[in-house]
Design a protein around this ligand. Sequence first.
Ligand SMILES: [Zn+2]
Length: 447
Amino acid sequence: MRLWIANPLAGMAPGAAGGLVVDGTEIAELVPAGGKPSAPVDQVFDASAHVVLPGLINTHHHFYQTLTRAYPAAVDKKLFDWLIALYPVWARLTDAEFRVACRLALAELLLSGCTTAADHHYLFPPGLTNAIDIEMEEAAALGIRAVLCRGSMDLSVDDGGLPPRAVTQKIDTILADGERLAGKWHQRGPGAMTQLALAPCSPFTVSADLMRETAAQAARLDVRMHTHLAETVDENDFCAAKFGKRPLDFLEELGWVSDRVWYAHGIHFTGDEMKRMGRAGCCVAHCPSSNMILGSGICQVGALEAAGVGVGLGVDGSASNDGSNIIQELRQGMLLQRARGNGDISAATHLDPIRWATEGSARCLGRPDLGALRPGCQADVALFKLDEMRFSGAGDPLAALITCGAYRADRVMVAGQWRVIDGAIPGLDVKALLAAHDAAARRLRAG
Ligand SMILES: [Zn+2]
């Protein structure tokens, strides 16, 4: 089955003004301006009203948090206070509520042009034991690519950590589940639809032993590693008081500075630390909205990239954003870098956030088969129309996506299959989903 996505209004593939040909699950060829595919096609999709991007890749999220958006006791709080307000609520999560939270988050992502979603799930209270399996099932049902991070916490407030004991687990339990999940869900090689990463939560929720043993397990299983790092100044203070070290130093001696790792946030690094990360081949998931909502600081994206660190984009948990919309995050990313206020517009052109959310995010996830419209890459494509008031009068269609604030895709393809058509997910009953999600959120709030 060969499909020609023909003559786009604009796009992000050099040499493809005439569009691109999808053959099966892959991009087969790019068509130059005024040209035709080199071999016959079975179908032609007229993209003359669409801006065509590589499918956007979300590198950091917590799906379950869609149930606690704008939670009254957590509104207007900084990270540690926000977490302490929410842990007891999250400790009540059960399979049923979690499943509907995942479905909603994944649908939001897909409708905003996301084709690969990474989620970092680190909460395993008594009522929610198979969270990663549920996420994998929900992603497969929607046809979105998933890289799911088996998170973990073993340092409760009784041991000097931040979370209550009810949401922490023992190291042996965590490692055994990682082993099981990798065997069940981790596909390898180009085109993988479901992958697993290992992901202790953060320096203030895990023990040194858990970090060390997880790094060894990831090497043995050959899977990627993810954790929150350098998100706040409070984290620096916590690490100084508890370990007598800065967060990156703490992680480095535990085997967590390597090309297998991508960190969430990565805001408070020194120049020397960025150089060490770049030499090691680390990546950072930049989460601009979350950083702004929690007042965490501004990620030094330009300096990280100059040091050789790969930078991708993430919406982060939906209780610190409070949305799961990836195309909106591109605009936030550009604005936040410019808001540094040093007059240097080149800190982020309108093309930079597109690059972060595609090539950069693909590098975070170790996926050279994703993030580009290039022959041989997976046919993951996001198409946006500019037919709303917010775009009217725009001269440069590609710039308009970012500066005018696109918020939903018209068509989204994953592995050669249309998963969004005319701005909707075929077969998804949105009204029923919203009713179920609202009921689940109310139950959770009520306790
Ligand atoms: Zn996070």
